[in-house]
Design a protein around this ligand. Structure first.
Ligand code: ANZ
Ligand code: ZN
Length: 852
């Protein structure tokens, strides 16, 4: 038997074993408790990166651990396969996006398998598979029937580089999230999903998502942005129409001294006087070129134009001028704002700029506000003044009273507003799911009949990156007979936003081959919800909110029973690395640097910041090379050991080496003792024997179990196994108690197996077991073995209690001292100070005397 640790050989052997035995294949036909573990599926770019390795290693620990605990674990993998890079590749290399995508999938699958992840590969699918599109298209048709999908003309965010529409969520600081190009506005006919119908449910139910990070929930709540307020009608002087405003501050109505409308407001034509037309048109044109998100930012320079018209403040009866203002958006509230410059900062800036009256209506406690001397709006609480019968009310009460008054007089009504907009899903792209719609001159918008699904993408397509969507130019794709009247008609050429695919893939994993409908209810209701979902924080709003929305839609379509898709969510941190730069050659890959110098020119390199691994800074490590060098187990171990999962992980080569050495140490601890252990299997006599090693073994089992189960403290779990390995090396009573030694060594192997499965399978076999480690289950704690002769001592620093340590009964003073000094809190208090004396009071306390 080979006694050296050669990762490559054993990893290939066990990956073959799992594959041959279909070790991770599951079905719903058993009475075990289910556990659905899912990592966010990757985009098939062609190469895995360290972020993938980390994400999937974290998931794999949980999957293997739960399986060892006896759960029926669903752990699937697939591909989020539609999207832009495939089209860009097509433009650049002339390959078909499908060919490029499927080739990438082939090579990424090989790379993922090389990590030893315990997936049920029989469930794999790609979202660009025609079979997946077919069911997505069917879901869309059902949504259409229910009014959950609809079409409307709207102003959309447009990226000219990508030649496509972007959802609000895909616009970052006014730029395209993919290519960073400036986003502009464009009017287009678009398909929408009615996510706003679920705004309240999405909001309310976030209260029950106790297994989600609060940060993610907070971002979703903010995104939904529910505001309670009031709609108020302002009559227009000389016209019959009314301007409706939405306000969260009806208490300030007496202070509304002018009106600000969105430049896109439908009443603009009615309001604009002849004399103003030129100036107003120029202003509207200027704002239309401005990015919507910029228009909401506090820093925006407030600009506006007078329309020439006046409206009437319903409570003061005064005429107030109507302006158009760049910071008022048409798609929020009613697109009109009653401007209260004394109490709203934007209105204040606007009023100062255009010399408009400022009327204080809320007086803060103990202060007399003068409009002339105010330097900013007073947005705090106070008492109403200059407000007729409402004077003297606390402004919080006035909100209620004024709203009711308006309601009684039919001048307004309470109303609720959301920041959330319906989800625009049309994209002018080729590589996406075709939207199954046909346009007929006679019959209008006609859904593709179910029997004609799927609408497939044409294979003979010219993708040049110019002239808009390739589908819109593809004659044979577009030409279709109307399903209603048979006359020549035209297909919809837009495809879905790729976030549609990732909104329901987790459900399809329950029944990936089901061919009667999108979801097999028996399977999907068995497996859903996902018990643990793992992925990046960057998906906090879009993907995770859309997936929640889709789950509710599928529920209302009768396709699933659950309300929420993901019970628990873990957002893992990023993999970071120091960047390195040569004055002459720019950023350098780690392998281009040797002993601090550029290998191209010998100049000393400058160290850049430690940041997320990225090709642009060349601070990347290729997992394939890492695995070729150290093995998958080392790559996994480092990813899991170097930082807690939700924190960023800083890459360092020494850490990797350390992990590799540790595995070598585990390997040797088995082989060094194999002869001694021969013939001593588990049935060996254990009763009555207590020893430090046995206690240590069971303490470790307890610690690792607690750390892994639901807490994901993988790094501390691994440390405690490291300690157990040390204890095995240090144990000098090996000869006396082979069964205890065996139990200790086997525990190391079993406890490490979710983290580093290949080496553990191999060692387990060498320890005399066959059939794979998983069937032996997770080790259990023997409570009796934990009983210790230990006690807890209080540690003081200069007489003040600073911590507690657990020490063995009868431990020597030197040991007590060591324990006390290394207690983390104590260490904090003595840091930078001189330890003068350590006083040990046996059985009671340890006092450390320091002076600084
Ligand atoms: C008068 C007022 C007085 C307001 C005051 C605020 C403070 P949230 O909380 O985000 O919902 N608003 C309404 N529609 C708008 C639009 N389309 N574009 C820009 N601003 C708009 O904000 C609601 C407040 O935002 C509303 O309350 C309105 O200004 C403004 F002392 O009305 B308020
Ligand atoms: Zn773009």
């Amino acid at each position: 038997m080979e006694r050296l640790y050669i990762p490559g050989e054993i990893e290939e052997k066990w990956q073959g074993f799992w594959e041959k035995n279909e070790s991770f294949k599951v079905d719903e036909l058993n009475d075990k408790q289910k556990y659905y573990l899912l990592e966010m599926f990757p985009y098939p770019s062609g190469r895995i990166h360290m972020g993938h390795v980390r994400n999937y290693a974290i998931g794999d620990v949980v999957a293997r651990f739960k399986r060892l605990q006896g759960f029926n674990v669903l752990h699937p993998m697939g591909w989020d396969a539609f999207g832009m890079p495939a089209e860009n590749a097509a433009i650049e290399h002339g390959t078909h996006p499908g060919k490029w995508t499927y080739e990438n999938i082939e090579s990424m699958r090989v790379q993922l398998k090389r990590i030893g992840l315990s997936y049920d590969w029989s469930r794999e699918f790609a979202t660009c598979d025609v079979e997946y599109s077919r069911w997505e298209q069917l879901i869309f048709l059902r949504m259409l029937e229910k009014g959950l999908a609809y079409k409307k003309t709207s102003n959309v965010n447009w990226c000219n580089d990508c030649q496509t529409v972007l959802a609000n969520e895909q616009v970052e600081d006014g730029c395209c999230w993919r290519c960073s190009n400036q986003v502009t506005q464009k009017e287009l006919d678009q398909w929408f999903f009615r996510i706003t119908k679920y705004a309240d449910e999405l909001l309310n139910e976030s209260e029950n998502l106790t297994g989600w990070p609060e940060k993610v929930l907070a971002m979703q709540r903010h995104w939904i942005g529910k505001s309670y307020g009031c709609e108020i009608d302002f009559a227009i002087k000389g016209a019959t129409q009314k301007i409706k405003v939405f306000t969260t501050r009806p208490d300030t109505l007496f202070g509304a001294t002018f009106m600000s409308l969105a430049p896109e407001h439908p009443l603009v034509n009615v309001l604009v006087g002849v004399g103003q037309k030129g100036e107003v048109d120029a202003f509207i044109e200027e704002v239309s070129r401005q990015d919507k998100l910029d228009r909401t930012s506090g820093e925006l320079e407030k600009k506006g134009v007078f329309t020439g018209s006046y409206c009437i403040n319903p409570l003061t009866g005064k005429e107030i001028p109507v302006f158009l203002a760049n910071f008022v958006l048409m798609d929020y509230g009613t697109g009109a704002v009653m401007a209260v410059p004394a109490h709203d900062q934007r209105d204040f800036e606007f009023a100062r700029k255009y010399n408009l009256p400022i009327q204080v209506v809320i007086q803060p406690e103990g202060q007399l506000l003068q409009p002339d001397t105010m330097s900013e709006a007073m947005t705090g609480v106070g008492t109403l003044i200059n407000s007729g019968d409402f004077d003297g009310l606390a402004n919080a009460d006035a909100k209620e009273k004024i709203a009711s008054f308006l309601d009684d007089n039919k001048q307004g009504r309470k109303s609720i507003n959301y920041r959330l907009r319906d989800w625009g899903v049309s994209r002018q792209r080729y590589w996406g799911t075709p939207i199954p719609i046909i346009y007929c001159d006679a019959c209008g918008t006609v859904p593709v009949p179910e029997k004609d699904l799927p609408v497939k993408l044409p294979m003979d397509v010219q993708i040049t990156g110019e002239g808009g969507s390739p589908l819109a130019r593809h004659k044979s794709f577009l030409a279709v007979d109307c399903p209603c009247c048979g006359a020549p008609a035209r297909r919809e050429s837009d495809t879905f936003d790729t976030f549609v695919e990732s909104s329901w893939y987790f459900a399809r994993y329950a029944c990936p081959q089901y061919d009667k409908s999108p979801l097999d209810s028996a399977a999907v209701n068995y497996w859903l919800p996902v018990d643990q979902y793992i992925g990046g924080i960057e998906h906090a709003v879009m993907h995770l909110l859309y997936a929640r929305f889709f789950t509710k839609v599928l529920r209302d379509l009768g396709m699933v029973k659950v309300n929420e898709p993901f019970t628990n969510l873990l957002t893992q941190g990023m993999v970071c690395m120091e960047s390195q730069r040569c004055a002459e050659h720019g950023w350098l890959y780690p392998e281009q640097v040797s002993e601090g110098a550029c290998t191209l020119c010998g100049k000393l390199v400058e160290l850049g910041r430690t940041e997320k691994m990225s090709k642009s800074k060349k601070n990347v490590v290729d997992p394939n090379e890492l695995i070729a060098r150290y093995g998958a187990d080392t790559a996994r171990l480092f990813s899991l050991f170097a930082a807690p999962p939700e924190k960023d992980l800083e890459w360092n080569e020494q850490g990797v080496e350390g992990c590799y050495r540790f595995l070598g140490r585990v390997w040797r601890s088995v082989h060094d003792n194999l002869d001694l252990l021969a013939g001593n299997d588990e049935s060996g006599e254990l009763t009555g024997i207590t020893s430090d090693l046995r206690r240590k073994t069971h303490q470790t089992i307890k610690k690792v179990t607690e750390d892994v189960d639901g807490r994901f403290h993988f790094n501390t779990a691994i440390s405690s196994v490291m300690e157990l390995v040390n204890a095995i090396y240090a144990c000098d009573k090996k000869l006396e108690a082979p069964p205890i030694l065996r139990e200790a060594i086997e525990s190391v192997v079993r406890l490490l197996s979710p983290f580093v499965p290949h080496i553990c399978e191999e060692l387990w076999e060498r320890l005399g077991h066959s059939g794979g480690i998983e069937k032996f289950g997770w080790p259990s704690v023997d409570a009796a073995a934990l009983m210790t002769n230990e006690l807890e001592l209080v540690v003081q620093v200069n007489g003040k209690v600073r911590g507690k340590v657990i020490v063995a009964v009868g431990a020597e003073n030197a040991a007590l001292e060591r324990a006390a000094l290394s207690e983390p809190n104590v260490a904090r208090f003595i840091e930078g100070q001189q330890v003068r004396k350590v006083i040990c009071v046996p059985g009671r306390l340890i006092n450390i005397v320091v002076s600084g």
